[in-house]
Write a protein that binds this ligand. Structure first.
Ligand SMILES: [Zn+2]
Length: 356
């Protein structure tokens, strides 16, 4: 874990107000942060952890801040505070889950071949294992090290399997008064309703362009990063992640193809094909999503022009989105997308023009 980011982001003002109106002392013990990726839920949670573990914080203040100097703050910034636990998905399929699966269907000593295991690994997305939740029991029910609050931060909470969720629900039934759970999810609907109802939910929504731009500055990202906001669905931290993963150049090049799309779908598709081949980081699924965002932005910018062609083009894009994982022929597929997109944005008059 990185040292704690102390920046109070502008886009989180309303969430802080909502949560701390009554001061830290009245904070709910199980909190669920929801919203699309890239809206800074994690940063928010880390700041909250810091507030909870600061030993000099004023718990009645509706706008408390951590001191940065007390032992709690120092332990935390050294990433070694004994009263906080982080849980996040692990990509490795462990025997524990295979065991759980085989106990569930009562198969005696299921034999799993190495290839089948490898396949299963490929298919399953990273998950939060029940062992990770059971490990929390001691932490929750044995006293704190620093005689203060204890915090558990669970990221991608929707990645918990049902066994893990049940184990967590059991802990949430009667947690000690000084223990706080912060859960984060970008896929709220994937969480079991029983878990959702145990938590106080705090929603993170897409900020205005102005607020998002301000946040890009606060994050110290280079000037000009705003142009990527539409690609990022308005999520500033998404752009930060792109910067960290060196995806930025490919994305800026992609954006340029939108800004100078022209009216020839074949030419546009060829440029996309070129980009995809040059930049391994850029995936075709992402490209289709980006095209969709572009089309929506264009439509919003010129509502007067919305017509049947816009919607026909949009429907075509939706179909392409479903097939994006496995196009038979990449270039042909891109030509189809380009045709739909140019039609939806009013740059292509009729389907006949494509053939010409
Ligand atoms: Zn402190």
């Amino acid at each position: 874990m990185q040292a704690f980011d102390k920046i109070n982001l502008d886009i989180h003002k309303s969430q802080w107000n909502e949560l701390l109106r009554l001061g830290l002392a009245r904070l709910p013990h199980a909190l669920l942060l929801t919203g699309a990726p890239g809206l800074g839920k994690r940063q928010f949670a880390e700041q909250l952890v810091n507030l909870l573990l600061c030993e000099r914080v004023d718990a009645t203040n509706p706008a408390p801040s951590s001191c940065g100097e007390c032992p709690g703050c120092r332990w935390l910034s050294a990433d070694s505070h004994p009263d906080v636990r982080y849980v996040s998905p692990e990509s490795d399929e462990t025997d524990d889950d295979l065991d759980a699966a085989s106990t569930a269907d009562k198969a005696p000593e299921k034999i799993v071949s190495p290839t089948a295991k490898a396949k299963a690994k490929k298919r399953t997305r990273a998950s939060i294992k029940v062992a990770a939740i059971r490990d929390l029991e001691d932490f929750v029910f044995v006293g704190s090290h620093r005689q203060g609050r204890r915090v558990i931060l669970i990221t991608d909470a929707d990645a918990m399997n049902n066994i893990a969720i049940n184990a967590l629900l059991k802990i949430l039934e009667e947690p000690p008064a000084t223990v706080y759970f912060i859960l984060i999810t970008s896929n709220k609907d994937r969480l079991l309703p029983t878990l959702r109802s145990r938590c106080r939910q705090l929603a993170f929504t897409r900020p205005s362009i102005k607020a998002a731009s301000l946040t890009l500055r606060e994050l110290g990202l280079p000037m000009g990063s705003e142009v990527l906001l539409s690609l990022a669905g308005g999520a500033p931290m998404q752009i930060q992640r792109w910067h960290q993963s060196e995806k930025i150049d490919g994305l800026k090049a992609l954006l340029k193809t939108f800004q100078h799309a022209g009216n020839n779908p074949l030419a546009l598709a060829a440029r996309w094909d070129d980009l995809l081949k040059k930049d391994e980081q850029l995936k075709i699924e992402f490209l289709v999503e980006a095209v969709q965002r572009w089309v929506v932005d264009e439509a919003l910018a010129s509502e007067a022009r919305l017509n049947a062609a816009t919607f026909a083009g949009w429907r075509g894009l939706l179909q392409c989105r479903r097939a994006a994982g496995h196009p038979l022929n990449q270039l042909l597929f891109l030509e189809e997308i380009a045709t739909h997109a140019l039609r939806a944005t009013g740059k292509l008059a009729s389907p006949r023009q494509v053939a010409a």
